[in-house]
Design a protein around this ligand. Sequence first.
Ligand SMILES: [Zn+2]
Length: 431
Amino acid sequence: MPEAILLRGGRVVDPAAGRDEVADVGVAEGRIVPPDALPAGALELDCSGLVIAPGLVDPHTHLRQPGGEDAETVETGCRAAALGGYTAVAPMANTDPVADDAAVIREVIDLAAAAGLCDVYPVGAVTRGLAGEDLAELGEMVEAGVRVFSDDGRVVANPQLLRNALTYALAFGEVAIAEHCEDPALSEGGQMHEGQHSAVLGLQGKPRESEEIVVARDLALARLTGGRLHLLHLSSAGSVEMVRRAKAEGLRVTAEVTPHHLVFTDADLVTYDTNLKVNPPLRTAEDRAALRRGLADGTIDVIGTDHAPHPVERKEVEFDQAAPGTIGLETALAAVLTELVEPGELSLLRAIEAMSTAPARLLGAADHGGPIEPGRPAMLVAFDPAATWVVEPPFASRSRNSAFIGRTLRGRVVHTIYRGELVVADGKAER
Ligand SMILES: [Zn+2]
């Protein structure tokens, strides 16, 4: 590993500094340094034609360890993340055992430290065992470093319990409760979005209302408590509009969208591709357009992959038997560049903000998200916005259930620098 690196001639896109210009960037001893302060013999990387940005931060990842190592481990997930340009990811709590106490949180942090590929900011469970009955040990997990709590995969169905969680979290400062907005009764048995396409395909649907009812309820509880609410993977136009109004009102709410909800619609399910079976389901072109507008205007704050690895036996089955979810760490940046930035629907600066600066703020990940300034920890990605590639297995992820298989994407990660070290060089993982 070189002690020092000079990234020469790249386009530096740094939302935290409001900066978009061609410049050299120096890295030494784990930190950003002025290029003229680099020691002799620094490794020089020609970055002309590349974009240099703060390392990406994924606020919504499933690393599956402990308990689901047949689908992913912390190490394989972190390698997928590094190859996707991420320097930090937030693994969700729905592991086995559930991350509902400090011991599991520390285990995941230690596994990531041993892998040395990216930082993890584990999300703690809101309720013990994700059972929705009693609050988990929030205080103990905050001490272990947790800043976001979620029962993702399930909604906190009991409104009194969510009220207590939002109120209790206030005692810890900038701690957010992140909700998977889905009414379990309304979506029971649903395989896809309920609409014209579900009728034609003969699959049971999940109506938009199963999400919107929970979004409305949760915003009311955020108003009641003054607590900090984060809404995961929004899928419907109505949800976006409610968040827009809540923000205008001054509620402390943030929202997320996934790359797959920004790219696909329920019409794509005509192939019965189980990799497009996700939760919440892909909705209509109007919903997708509202998600894109909400992301562009800042109503939706962050892009989270909801990277959800599954072993083949849970995906290569009949549609109604398949587990919901797609992997996403290795394709997220290219999907956003191809589908939103390239057509001019989203500025590159806003894309990087939503994939790095804003999620770093949500997670309290002070080392991440920029600015790219001397003295800051060197967390960087360099990508080629013009390189095209076809998504196909194998992946660095242990799983292969990608909704993007077969798609041609534009934009490829070339280098990822994590704590000053090149963990991905020329598109290949170094460890
Ligand atoms: Zn979820």
